[in-house]
Every structure is written in C-alpha cells, then in structure tokens.
Design a protein around this ligand. Structure first.
Ligand code: C5P
Length: 218
C-alpha cells in the first residue's frame, strides 16, 4: 500500500500534480486545503468572523464535514484563502481535521492500494511514514501569474492586470509567511522529502519528474 504526501506553497503546482498522479495510479486524492477553505467560507457566509468563540464555531462545523462531499466545490477566492490561513493556526481545529485526513488515507489505502494527499503538513504530521514525500515550490512571481491565469479573465487592461498581479503577490507572500511561522504544523519540507522548484518547469514536466522518482527511474 502506497502513501504519497505532497506539500508546498500556494499555486506551486501541487494540486495539479496530485490529480495527475491520482489518474495515473488510480489512488484517491485529497486536496486538504479545501477543508480549511470550506470552514473559512462557512465563517464568512455566517458572518461570525469576529466572534469571541471563533475556534469553537470552526470546530463544531468541522466535526460534521464529510470529505467526499467537498470534492467539487470551488472555494478558491483570495478572501477565503486568507481566512483559511488564519483558522489553520487553531490547534483544536487542526486536531479534528488531522483525524479526518488520516481516516481518509486509512480507508482509501486499504480499498485502492494507495492514497495521495496534498497540503502543508502532510509529510511532517499527517503521513510521517509516507512512501514518497514531495515538497513543491516556485518563485512568488511565477505562482501569482499562474493564479491569475486560473482566474480565466478574458480581457484585462494592462494596468489592471499589473494591479491584480501585485495584489496576488502580496496575498501569497502574507499567506506563505503565516503558514511557515505558525507554531503548529508549519509549512516546512519533511527531512526526507524531494524538494522540487517548478519556476522553470510546467505541470507535465513536474508530473514526469515525480512519476520517475516513484517508479525508481531516478
Ligand atoms: O492549499 P490551499 O491554498 O487551498 O490552502 C489554504 C490554506 O489552508 C493554506 O494557506 C494553509 O493555511 C491551510 N492549510 C493548512 N494545512 C493543510 C492544508 C491547508 O494549514 N494541510
């Protein structure tokens, strides 16, 4: 049974990699960021961001999350991402979500012979004994450009594009910092992770590189 742990910064290419590996090997894939985003979007919708018991509200909601139902949700806005990074510092919330991620891995590994998770603390905390660990990153500018392309805005004035790009760069820098300096489950590569910079390679090249490592060709 094979466990594949993928960690890394936002828009580094780890999600696309996870999906491609899932298709190739037929192992279920979980984007764990979606758990934090789902809770953040609930908090925004219910307008309870500034309540004194925010962590408790997050935990209560998290207890009832069903991971399989989250797969098709589009929660990729910058506001949701920012709040997701804030609530991701709550220790009790992480405990609940960690258990759900471990359970997802356990069930699917048994059923399909393997499982792939991506996030920030997969190789360090969730699957510390994973067979393969990858830490994916890229320069801030490259990652912000990718996010802008994902937004699929067909016509944008040059100045608006520059402005959006700058905003994305600032948001990502802030989020990377918060994710990396937090005390609990910080974004750091596991000691035994393959670290891959995707600034100069595309999604397909990353996929080939990682497949070769998994298949022992490198
Ligand atoms: O991966 P994504 O950008 O969707 O994650 C949103 C936020 O959720 C991250 O910035 C991080 O703060 C948090 N997260 C986390 N641990 C994970 C996955 C995501 O703390 N395993």
């Amino acid at each position: 049974m094979i466990e594949i742990a993928i960690d890394g910064t936002a828009a580094s290419g780890k999600g696309t990699l996870g999906k491609k590996l899932s298709n190739k090997y037929n192992f279920p894939y979980l984007d764990t960021g979606i758990l934090y985003r789902k809770i953040a979007s609930y908090i925004i919708k219910e307008n309870i961001n500034n309540t004194s018991d925010l962590e408790k509200q997050c935990c209560d909601f998290a207890q009832n999350l069903i991971l399989e139902e989250l797969k098709n949700e589009n929660l990729r806005t910058e506001i949701v991402a920012k709040l997701a990074a804030k609530i991701a510092t709550f220790p009790d919330l992480r405990k609940i979500l960690n258990n759900k991620q471990k359970e997802f891995n356990k069930i699917n590994k048994k059923k399909y012979g393997g499982c792939i998770l991506d996030g920030r603390d997969i190789g360090t905390i969730i699957l510390p004994n994973a067979d393969f660990k990858f830490f994916i990153t890229a320069s801030l500018e490259v990652r912000a450009k990718r996010r802008l392309l994902e937004k699929n805005i067909s016509f944008l004035h040059e100045n608006d594009e520059k402005c959006m790009l700058l905003n994305l760069i600032n948001n990502m820098r802030e989020r990377d910092k918060l994710d990396s300096i937090r005390k609990i489950s910080p974004l750091v590569p596991a000691k035994d992770a393959y670290i891959i910079d995707t600034s100069l390679i595309n999604a397909q090249e990353l996929f080939f590189k990682v497949s070769n490592i998994i298949e022992g060709k490198k």
